[in-house]
Design a protein around this ligand. Structure first.
Ligand SMILES: *Cc1c(COP(=O)(O)O)cnc(C)c1O
Length: 368
């Protein structure tokens, strides 16, 4: 069958037909029609975080990580000192790219099964005044933990430190309000909870720090200040834009707004999450995280302990039943992950659980 498989992954995600169809047209990057699409996407993105007064938004070509790297290079001065609150794989990635950008970086590791602590941060900032910026991963997609954005933002504001938020897997689904939550930069991408296709990221930069960002970046292509200046002046992207990705995102945002915006998206993902966890519990699967630590974005499950279990075979078999699962990203325990995001609802989640049940049966894996 040539029907698309359902992606239960943290991006790329299953998208709607409408979003896919939006890509069946070619656009000139200089053309007024495309310039208008870019402007409308940027306006909608600012509306989602209520950032019209306080922030600008700068889109960038590439996957989400490109934008995280660009945000660090643009916002942090070359002699800055970044503290990364690390409770998982994406935190480690942020720390590594910060070091590679030549910025001094301190990584504060904590348990990947728990949210990072704002009070620990408070102590770390009091101890080391040389820290200039903090990086927080809002939803740590590695295990699926929800980190306390508001509390961390409050601590950073109190200490006068810049905050860089990787909100890649939360933006659009979890509430983020720039009017009450202060951040210097917040990063997300087209192919996550907005349900566009992958290929561009975007960074919200606080207006108050924008001018100080000039000349920070040691990279031409990743310089968000330069991208911003050029876009303000011409309405165009500095270098070739991912035109089809941008128009697909515009279409995805129109559907996001029609659905009821962030609260509606969160409600659907929460319903997906509940259908998934409930169904999987019926098959004997336990989530790795305590529900209190869990974002309704992606769920890490303990892998079956049965000797017949092997993730690759498990994956291939579930794929035959129409669903793409995701490998675990934890170092200590054998797990796999199931995403709750994308243009899917609780019905698809129940079908996914059914596919997992059939997979267990096919592979001869009895669950305890
Ligand atoms: C998806 C994701 C990214 C970006 O990953 P890419 O593979 O570069 O798109 C970054 N941080 C988090 C938390 C993510 O979930």
């Amino acid at each position: 069958m040539d029907r698309d498989k359902i992606l239960l992954t943290p991006g790329p995600l299953t998208t709607t037909l409408r979003t896919k169809l939006a890509m069946l047209k070619d656009w000139g990057s200089w053309d007024a029609d495309f310039i208008a699409v870019t402007a409308s996407v940027r306006k909608s993105l600012l509306n989602i975080v209520h950032g019209q007064e306080s922030h600008v938004v700068v889109p960038l070509q590439g996957s989400g990580t490109f934008s995280v790297e660009a945000a660090v290079a643009t916002v942090v001065p070359r002699d800055g000192h970044v503290l990364v609150l690390d409770n998982g794989a994406y935190c480690k990635r942020a720390g590594r790219l910060t070091t590679l950008m030549g910025r001094r970086c301190t990584i504060h590791e904590s348990d990947e099964a728990h949210a990072v602590s704002a009070s620990v941060l408070d102590g770390l900032l009091a101890q080391d005044p040389s820290i200039t910026h903090v990086i927080l991963i809002h939803c740590e997609t590695g295990a699926g933990v929800l980190n306390p954005l508001q509390a961390v933002a409050d601590v950073c504001a109190r200490h006068g430190k810049g905050l860089i938020v990787d909100a890649m897997s939360s933006f659009g689904a979890l509430e983020i309000d720039a009017r009450t939550c202060q951040f210097d930069a917040l990063i997300a991408a087209s192919g996550k909870c907005l349900e566009g296709v992958p290929g561009m990221g975007f960074v919200f930069i606080r207006k108050a720090i924008l001018d100080a960002c000039a000349g920070n970046s040691q990279s031409l292509a990743m310089d968000l200040y330069d991208q911003y200046q050029y876009m303000e002046k011409t309405g165009q992207w500095r270098f070739t834009p991912p035109t089809h990705v941008v128009v697909a995102l515009a279409e995805a945002i129109a559907q996001f707004e029609a659905e009821g915006g962030q609260p509606a998206r969160l409600a659907r993902y929460r319903a997906n999450y509940e259908a998934l966890v409930q169904g999987m519990a019926g098959l004997g699967f336990k989530p790795f995280l305590d529900p209190a630590e869990q974002a309704p974005i992606i769920v890490t499950f303990h892998a079956p302990t049965h000797p017949n279990y092997d993730f690759k075979r498990f994956y291939e078999c579930a794929k035959q039943y129409g669903f793409l699962l995701y490998p675990g990203k934890l170092t200590q325990v054998e797990t796999f992950r199931v995403g709750c995001i994308g243009a899917i609802g609780p019905n698809e989640m129940r079908q996914a659980v059914h596919a997992v049940a059939q997979t267990l049966q096919t592979l001869g894996i009895a669950q305890g």
